[in-house]
Each structure stands twice: as C-alpha cells, then as structure tokens.
Design a binder for this molecule. Structure first.
Ligand code: COA
Length: 178
C-alpha cells in the first residue's frame, strides 16, 4: 500500500539537473550498492541511453528508469520508485514510456536482469510480458545472489500488443500520465 496517493504523473527525459534527486531514490532503493552520480552523468551523454523521470504535479521527483537501445534490443538498466510513492502505478507508467520508445525506435525485444528475490519487480515485469529465460549465477556481488534474465517476446507481435493494449487501458483508468 502506498503512503502517498498519486492520481497524475508527469514523465519526461532525465537531465543532469535531476541526478541529485535520482541518486537519493537510488540510495533508498539499492542501499550501499547504488549507482553514483557519475554513472548517471555518464548515461546522460551516452547516445544509446534513454532515461526518464516521473514527477508529481507538485514537482516532486518520485521515480526514474533507463534503457539502452542496441540495434533491435532494449536493455532496462535501472528502475526505481520512491518508497512512499510505490504501488501508485508509477513503475508501470515508466515501463509504458519505455515501451512506447521501443516501438518508435523499432526495438523488438526488451531484456533486463533482476535479483531472484525481488518479487515486486519480477511481478511488474511479468505484467508487461517479460519472461524469465535463465539465470546468471552469483551476478550480484554484494550477497552473491543470482539474477533472473528476463526477456519480452517480439513486442511487435499481435499477442504482445494485445496484452500491452489491455494493460494500458487499465493503467489509464488508474493514473493520468502526462
Ligand atoms: C519495482 C518497482 C519499480 C515497482 O514500482 P511501483 O510504482 O511501486 O509499481 P506499480 O505500482 O507500477 O505496480 C505495477 C505492478 O507491479 C507489480 N508489483 C509492484 N509492486 C509489487 C509488490 N510489492 N508486490 C507484488 N507485486 C507488485 C504488480 O503486478 C503491480 O500491478 P497491480 O498493482 O495491478 O498488482 C518498485 O517496487 C521499486 O522501486 N523497487 C525498488 C527498486 C527495484 O527493485 N527496482 C528493480 C530493479 S531490477
């Protein structure tokens, strides 16, 4: 259950000015192993990278995510929502933006790694058509945890598009995305 209820969210590309706030959420989400500001600054000048932030109507930065588009594959590098704002469909709204970008850029497949214990994230990805296609043993060096490697099918396939359309119709009833 979210601590703060949000009915409207603004998604726009991340800029260098957002990085301080983004790293605050990173620390909260990932603890001592969070990305440093320099990693986000590097991503801001990476031509393959697309990063987004989510803001409330009051202007509070409450979530972000990033992807790399490499030919016809998209790799989600990070996604997080501020704890007090979780379960408001903000994560979904950002995934929606990422998928729209993939459709525009002709990216056919999306992939990511996620800790095997990270049920909220795995559920979010499964909702958007990601399936686990394997594991990387001991991928996370802090606790030697395995990563699930998740992939979508071709997002241009009718089956994927149909499920995605249903998700977005439901999403638009729950939160207004600007
Ligand atoms: C994963 C994360 C981004 C989800 O963000 P969120 O805005 O809270 O998620 P949403 O409200 O958009 O949830 C969308 C769907 O994800 C799933 N989900 C999200 N949180 C969940 C939870 N705690 N338990 C079970 N399912 C969950 C559900 O399927 C949900 O759909 P539903 O509301 O219809 O059940 C958020 O939990 C987070 O920031 N976690 C810490 C960082 C992290 O682990 N990132 C992923 C690294 S791979």
């Amino acid at each position: 259950m979210s601590l703060v209820k949000v009915s409207e969210i603004f998604i726009r590309p991340m800029t260098r000015d957002d990085v301080d706030k983004v790293v605050e959420i990173e620390k909260e989400a990932y603890g001592p192993h969070h990305w440093a500001k320099s990693s986000f600054y590097d991503e801001m000048s990476n031509n393959l990278a697309k990063y987004y932030i989510a803001k409330t109507p009051e202007g509070e930065l409450v979530g972000y995510a990033g992807t790399w588009h490499i030919i016809d594959e998209g790799h989600i590098t990070t996604i997080a929502v501020k704890k007090a704002y979780m379960r408001n469909h903000i994560g979904e709204a950002i995934i929606h933006k990422i998928l729209e970008d993939c459709y525009s850029d002709g990216v056919k497949y999306l992939t990511l790694e996620v800790r095997v214990s990270n049920i909220p994230a795995i559920k979010l990805y499964e909702k958007y058509g990601f399936q686990s296609l394997g594991t990387r043993k001991g991928y996370y060096q802090d606790n030697n945890e395995d990563a699930l490697i998740m992939w979508t099918e071709n997002i241009f396939y009718d089956k994927f598009k149909q499920k995605y359309k249903e998700n977005i119709e439901n999403l638009n009833k729950l939160i207004s995305i600007k």
